[in-house]
Design a protein around this ligand. Structure first.
Ligand SMILES: CC(C)(COP(=O)(O)OP(=O)(O)OC[C@H]1O[C@@H](n2cnc3c(N)ncnc32)[C@H](O)[C@@H]1OP(=O)(O)O)[C@@H](O)C(=O)NCCC(=O)NCCS
Length: 160
């Protein structure tokens, strides 16, 4: 089994150019994409950007003692693994890399949580990895075609 590397290549390889074009205003650092590479083949990627949330976005259980103004957070804008490489733990490794980066951001400038607009098919995956829905809409998942906003308070994620 060849090792999987997770990196943020600069400049982006050609396969990421379309992605960059849709996300990046070049030079403005709107987002950052990390790719999972095995034997120089890109098997998956995670795109992140800085964002902010307010106290009311947080689950009641962790609201206490947080100031009532916009709080720094990290948005997981995209996470995907090539169809042929799914089910091999690559998505989980990309997510672990995202957690690591979120902790680094928290250490340097502050970050209280990770947020994601989860596709319905990925809600379970995100839940298994610690994310929870911002709002519980009873029985709506199956019939909910739109992404579900989910949040993972950073205090609850392991550093490694
Ligand atoms: C969701 C996605 C990123 C998961 O990547 P992956 O590499 O296939 O996932 P992994 O192999 O790392 O799976 C890790 C664990 O999550 C489980 N899992 C994977 N996809 C899942 C899903 N959609 N729902 C529930 N569980 C899932 C796996 O069974 C595995 O469980 P285990 O640890 O008990 O063995 C991938 O399926 C994908 O790219 N989907 C299409 C794009 C998408 O939906 N992105 C998410 C947008 S929010």
């Amino acid at each position: 089994m060849y090792a999987l590397a997770i990196a943020s290549p600069t400049p982006a390889p050609s396969t990421l150019h379309d992605l960059d074009a849709s996300f990046q205003i070049r030079g403005w650092h709107v987002t950052r994409t990390y790719v999972a590479i095995r034997q120089s083949e890109i098997l998956g990627f995670a795109t992140m950007s800085a964002t902010s949330i307010t106290m009311k976005d947080l689950p009641k259980t962790i609201r206490k003692r947080l100031p009532n103004y916009p709080l720094p957070a990290l948005r997981l804008a995209r996470l995907a693994v090539a169809a042929s490489s799914q089910g091999q733990g690559i998505g989980k490794q990309l997510l672990k890399a995202v957690f690591r980066i979120a902790h680094e951001v928290a250490d340097r400038t502050g970050c209280v949580a990770l947020v994601v607009d989860a596709k319905p098919a990925a809600v379970d995956f995100n839940q298994r990895n610690g994310f929870e829905a911002f709002e519980i809409i009873s029985g709506a998942l199956g019939a909910r075609p739109t992404p579900l906003p989910m949040i993972l308070p950073l205090g609850s994620t392991p550093r490694e």
